[in-house]
Design a protein around this ligand. Sequence first.
Ligand code: GLU
Length: 448
Amino acid sequence: MSISQAIEKVEARYAHQPEFVQAVKEVALTIAPLYDAHPEYKKNKIFERLVEPDRIIAFRINWENDKGEVQVNRGWRVQFSNALGPYKGGVRFHPSVNQSILKFLGFEQIFKNALTGLPMGGGKGGSDFDPKGKTDNDIRRFCYAFMRELHHYVGKDVDVPAGDIGVGSREVSYMFAMYKNLTHEHGGVLTGKGVGFGGSLVRTEATGYGAVYFLENMMAAQNDNIKGKKVLISGAGNVSLHAAEKVFMLGGVPITVSDSKGTLYDEAGLDQQKIDWLKKQKDQNKPLADYVDVYGGEWFAEQKPWQFKGDIAIPSATQNEVNEDDAKLLVENGVKYVVEGANMPLTAKAVDYICLHRVHFAPGKAANAGGVAVSALEMSQNSVRQYKSFDQIDERLKLIMKNIHDSAADASQKYNQTEDGYIDYVAGANIVGFKRVADALCAYGILN
Ligand code: GLU
């Protein structure tokens, strides 16, 4: 079966899972030259095997809310591939969570994790539980109930969950507590634990910082740098605010952040004090719009950040937040670099549009791999029972992001050279990640 036949099969079988089909197609359309160079991949049906997860575990979560009412939610863990190491990937709590979303995230995670060069397979999990408006007691009870079900299927050498949208260190700590309680094991079953009881320094900052380190490498490849550049950032969660922080630290000017209610625009730029204020505000679930009363700037209700002039965009909110119209705005507004802080924040059409206009584009599986990379460093610190310093981890993170950049750029040159020298990081990242997994699967024979 050729790759195009395999895509058709996925499209027909999973027509009801559009995000998953989108993620599969993006990989499939870029790895053809690699596939042609490696007939053993076709023979071993590597692509057909990789689009089906090893297994999907689905479960029900019963819990009791603050008012004493019984609540029922659905939960899943998609164990996609453990070819390169234990299944690894976050847990997302959001009402939009369903099998399509988790399969797209799990599929991407296989290649993202492979790109880090660290020993991790790919997986993802989550629940349709909506943390918005819930009390701390609600969150705690839900996390306990979620792990009461999940603990059967995870383990430090089996499957290691972490955070994602709606799951930060508070939730990870509650889940870890339940796991520890049920199994009597204080191991590395989850990453993103609090520093002091198993967590790694830099894990909180890693995804946002890593995306900006990737950007630095991309800009260096164009003999450019971030100093004085205006940066449009969407989202106001962990990834966005740490991306803004690193942009500021490196002399760039972050001028927007956003949430589901609108966009905050501050032409003067976010500095450390403003970013610290935003972190606190978000931790307390208070409105982003209050910023204007404290620091000025402007609040644009119900709007996205792409209408403003800028040099760089780092979409860091959620999947498919940037559509083709937004992509047109980005190009019109002079944006030269787009770095995906979130997982698949650009629709396929948006990616096509900006690449056609030669905007330098870093796909999430390369650019946001810093988070999971530091998760792998947390796992290794847990295994040797020793902690590393902030600077040691930060240096490792920089090196990992540089290696991801360089290997993706090299693969783009080798397999997908364009006449004008434009680096196709989408193809490059997919090829490098896919090759590492495919080679392992070929070596294993037909198992997995
Ligand atoms: N959820 C993050 C991601 O999308 C981190 C996963 C992890 O640390 O395991 O990569």
